[in-house]
Design a protein around this ligand. Structure first.
Ligand code: ADP
Length: 485
């Protein structure tokens, strides 16, 4: 692509001199404009943009210096480089006067064409570079102001805003002149801190004090004024509101499901109790063969009811902070063995065998809590097992903790249910499919309890391979056994 032609203004009252200059400088890249007087030159300068003006000093009427001072005096032309063309025998004061007028250079007559060309081409290059720079700056400006995203340039040194685009002005509500120069502090919310809800970086403050959640992207930039950063700000109020609404809907849905679930769970034993009581009242009381069986069934259903209510109360107490751990030193091995063996009737009914690989350990834990956890996990391992299946409870020391593992050969937990398995009321699709009774509260209670006692609980499962639950409990290092107090 040929270079765009650059204009040069040659000013001399002598046509012969002008022609000599023009023929020396002639080139396809340059457009030479000839002016025969200072007045003429000024007229041209108003109309066109020149890379440089070659100005003869000795002219009748307006001489070179007078013309130069008029050029400098005008805003539009004040910065145009001027090369004075003058005789060699000029005195120094002459030259100084020219420099004071802002001449950039001198060329002495008689002209040496190489020097003339070299000087002119330096100015032409400079002009071209400036023009490119201006074009790219204009492009940058255009992008900066046109994008919908709010953008600030912020000085790393002073933390003040160096520049702001239209979108930033609109977002923060300051007028441009106030926003530029403002300390970044003024846009931060005083509470600062981390995000209150996930999904955005922090709250920012508008001029009217209103806070909005913002997503912020920063990039380092080296500006003329020093190191700075370009900060792109996105107001994510709508997105956060949508997420919160979704969360509320989700919670609401869970509550409704919970109520439905609990009602369903309550209805079965209530119906059974009511049905068998009625049967007894209507004559079965005298049925020697069956009455005891009916009473036992009523009792079993009442137990189920009470277990459910117990779970709900336990959860309510844990969540409200009424049930805090009262840790003591517990000898794990005998404690766990006795507890798990007491569950033999359940495992026997389900034809599930329970193995123990325990180790001796002194724990610092709330004993009632520990039994709730073991009971829950082993109960699940039996309940979600297959006839003839196995449950293995093992324990090993792991630094300052005892790690307990409850492993079963049961129905397993589908991958998609794993992340939610400890959340309240969550029951796996598989458990529902197989109509295994439950409220989905047990594991949530387990998690609450373990964490309150300083441990962790997690699960591994591959469908068809059974499930493995692990939990940790702190060892009673240096803790004095209650009995020895
Ligand atoms: P519940 O057993 O009353 O439903 P839990 O909170 O104890 O409630 O368990 C939540 C869900 O996790 C269960 O409904 C079941 O889907 C799944 N689950 C828990 N333990 C096991 C296990 N050992 N094997 C397979 N699934 C399990």
């Amino acid at each position: 692509m040929p270079l765009e032609r650059v204009k040069l203004l040659l000013v001399d009252d002598q046509p012969a001199n002008l022609l000599a200059l023009a023929s020396t400088l002639e080139s396809p890249e340059l457009e030479l404009v000839l002016a025969h007087s200072g007045q003429d030159a000024l007229r041209w300068l108003l109309k066109e943009e020149f890379a440089v003006v070659l100005l003869d000093v000795q002219m009748p009427g307006l001489d070179g210096f007078e013309t130069a001072s008029l050029i400098r005096a005008r805003e539009r032309t004040g910065h145009v480089p001027i090369i004075f063309v003058t005789a060699v025998n000029t005195t120094d004061t002459h030259v100084t006067r020219g420099y004071r007028l802002g001449a950039v250079d001198y060329i002495f007559k008689p002209l040496v064409s190489e020097i003339l060309k070299a000087k002119v081409s330096a100015f032409v290059d400079m002009f071209r570079k400036n023009r490119e720079l201006k074009a790219s700056e204009e492009r940058y400006r255009a992008v900066f102001s046109a994008v919908g995203e709010a953008i600030l340039a912020v000085s790393d040194e002073t933390e003040r805003i160096l520049d702001a685009n239209e979108a930033a002005v609109n977002l923060f509500g300051y007028d441009r002149r106030t926003l530029v120069g403002l300390h970044l502090d003024r846009l931060e919310s005083e509470s600062g801190g981390g995000p209150a809800v996930q999904g955005f970086d922090r709250y920012l403050r508008r001029k009217d004090g209103f806070l909005f959640p913002a997503e912020i992207t920063e990039a380092a930039a080296n500006l003329d004024t020093g190191p700075a950063r370009i900060v792109v700000i996105r107001d994510v109020t709508e997105r956060i509101q949508a997420a919160e609404a979704e969360q509320l809907r989700e919670k609401d849905k869970m509550q409704r499901e919970f109520v439905a679930n609990v009602s369903h769970e309550l209805r079965t034993p209530i119906a059974a109790i009511k049905g068998f009581s009625e049967t007894l009242r209507r004559g079965a009381l005298n049925d020697d063969r069956n009455r005891l069986r009916f009473v036992r069934t009523i009792e079993a259903h009442a137990d189920r009811l009470s277990a459910l209510v117990e779970d709900l109360l336990t959860l309510a107490a844990l969540e409200s902070g009424r049930d805090v751990p009262h840790p003591t030193v517990v000898e794990f091995e005998p404690f766990a063995r006795e507890l798990i063996l007491s569950m033999a009737p359940l495992s026997g009914r389900r034809r599930v065998s329970v193995e123990l690989d325990l180790c001796a350990a002194r724990l610092y834990v709330d004993a009632k809590h520990l039994s709730q956890v073991l009971q829950n996990l082993v109960d699940n391992a039996i309940k979600y097992n297959k006839p003839g299946g196995k449950v293995n409870v093992s324990a090993s020391l792991d630094r300052d903790y005892l790690k307990v593992t409850v492993k079963d050969t049961g129905i397993g937990i589908p991958k998609e249910d794993l992340p939610k398995i400890f959340t309240r009321f969550h029951r796996s699709s598989k458990a529902k499919e197989l109509s295994i009774r439950g409220t989905g509260l047990g594991l949530n209670i387990v998690k609450h309890i373990i964490e309150a006692n300083g441990g962790k609980v997690w699960v591994e499962s591959g469908s068809n391979e059974g499930s493995t639950f692990h939990f940790t409990i702190p060892l009673a290092k240096g803790k004095i056994p209650v009995a020895a107090k």
